[in-house]
Design a binder for this molecule. Structure first.
Ligand SMILES: [Cu+2]
Length: 481
């Protein structure tokens, strides 16, 4: 990676960054900034429908002191508000495109009809408004929204277009978990970014960066560099999204303490899983709870190890005050997930992830084909239990994301023991290291439409844009496979 033009490194930031080659002008760092919490939107229903009005706009954002960095944002200078949706609610999420370029807005992890998916076919032209209208019908989880324009997703996300969606249900309401948004239930959108000498976002990937994924040298948290957040003595919940284009993040605490993961992409885990670190590939989420009951008046750092470029960085400091939180323990049981038996699967689909350089124009493919929005690659009968097998043929990591619904991981490289305990929930994105394979159980339910496509793809955004994506429709016709 060419680091010559990077915004200059300084010793001061090095004190904050652990073992990295990051370089930023120290005087421009906003040291000790209070963690910015995206606004939570929970509008009162009008005629039974919750209306969310979201403006996609050009903006400028202060990543650094007294410097305006050109960005894109949604009702904000960078990223967008968090949308609170409850199971059973009717919603209309109205996106107005104030940019001078076409975009789309996809509800990542949302279970909804294909025409409301916000994939490559639901384009929003400049000046237009597009509404995702549906009834929320899924378990409590942390999802997100982001552009999904054909070949253009990576750049639009990179400049700031993304936001969280929190889905609540009866279970999440009843569980004795930290759940005060922005206080002890903290949303964290984690991304790496590259700033040029003028502290502007730099996104012009050369072919090698398309092939290997584009990564920056600074990891930002809700659009900030190493912010701090004050919490009470007790349990603290972090809703973490790996919102990067291509960064593989391993999260842990500075003292290597244990914590519990309570939820994965699309659901709670059945019971909390004890961990010392959690790995998230681009697009994946984890809700974790850390016990700070013995940390009165102390501080704790959350750290990311970026696995591909291999550097460490503090991404958040938690400052524990001397007040007592009401939540001191974790529930033993969080949810019950549907028991799916692989023997009941009636069809297996195989997806081969591959790619090659092609004289400086990387081609990335699934089953030998690049995404063609005019082609339906798979026709999937509704209510049919299937096994999807994803094989990564390349010597680099990928992941695999499907729209429409969630899946249950079955095995990796043929071994069920290679599925980690914290992957045993409902997932919509799964990591597939170089030359490895994964199988999962999946069933399309509720929404059939022979005319409207959902997508499946690698969620390394440069790979998706370079073709590693395909389309499927869900049909009521039993015979189609
Ligand atoms: Cu990929």
């Amino acid at each position: 990676m060419n680091r010559r033009n990077f915004f200059k490194l300084s010793a001061v930031l090095s004190a904050y960054l652990i073992g990295g080659t990051n370089s930023l002008n120290a005087s421009k760092l906003i040291i000790g900034a209070k963690l910015s919490i995206p606004t939570l939107l929970d509008p009162k229903p009008i005629n039974g429908i919750k209306q969310f009005d979201l403006n996609i706009q050009e903006a400028s954002h202060n990543f650094f002191k007294d410097i305006k960095t050109k960005t894109l944002g949604i009702n904000a200078s960078y990223l967008g508000p968090t949308l609170l949706l409850r199971d059973g609610e009717k919603v209309s999420i109205n996106f107005t495109n104030n940019l001078d370029e076409t975009t789309t807005m996809h509800g990542h992890g949302m279970h909804l009809p294909a025409i409301m998916d916000g994939g490559v076919h639901q384009e929003i032209e400049p000046g237009d408004t597009w509404s995702a209208q549906y009834t929320v019908k899924q378990k409590a989880c942390t999802n997100w929204y982001h552009p999904h324009r054909m070949n253009m997703t990576a750049r639009q996300v990179y400049f700031g277009l993304a936001g969280l969606i929190i889905v609540e249900d009866k279970e999440s309401k009843a569980l004795n978990l930290p759940k005060t948004y922005g206080v002890d239930d903290i949303p964290l959108v984690i991304q790496d970014r590259l700033f040029d000498m003028n502290a502007q976002l730099s996104y012009s990937p050369h072919p090698r960066q398309i092939m290997h994924g584009f990564r920056g040298n600074v990891i930002i948290t809700n659009g900030q560099i190493i912010p701090r957040h004050e919490v009470k003595v007790g349990m603290v919940r972090l809703r973490i999204l790996n919102g990067s284009n291509a960064g593989m993040y391993k999260f842990s605490f500075s003292d290597n303490r244990k914590f519990h993961q309570i939820a994965t992409d699309n659901s709670f885990l059945e019971e909390p899983v004890e961990l010392k670190s959690v790995l998230l590939s681009p697009g994946e989420r984890a809700e974790i709870v850390v016990d700070l009951s013995k940390d009165k008046n102390k501080s704790l750092n959350l750290i990311v190890n970026e696995q591909i470029d291999n550097f460490n960085q503090i991404i958040l400091t938690l400052d524990v005050n001397n007040k007592d939180s009401k939540i001191k323990t974790l529930p033993k049981i969080l949810t019950k997930l549907e028991d799916l038996n692989p023997d009941d699967a009636v069809h297996t689909r195989t997806f081969l992830l591959d790619g090659w350089g092609n004289r400086g124009n990387p081609l990335l493919t699934i089953n030998g084909k690049r995404m063609n929005p005019m082609v339906v690659n798979e026709i999937v009968p509704i209510n049919q239990l299937e096994i999807w097998e994803i094989k990564n043929l390349m010597g680099m990591p990928h992941n695999f994301h499907i729209h429409a619904t969630h899946f249950r991981p079955l095995d990796r490289n043929g071994s069920e023991f290679e599925i980690l305990d914290n992957e045993k929930g409902y997932k919509d994105t799964i990591y597939i290291p170089a030359k490895q394979s994964v199988r999962f159980l999946v069933k399309m339910i509720d929404y059939a439409d022979d005319e409207a496509e959902y997508m499946y793809h690698c969620h390394f955004l440069e790979h998706e844009d370079a073709g590693m994506m395909g389309q499927f429709v869900v049909t009521n016709n039993k015979k189609e496979t």
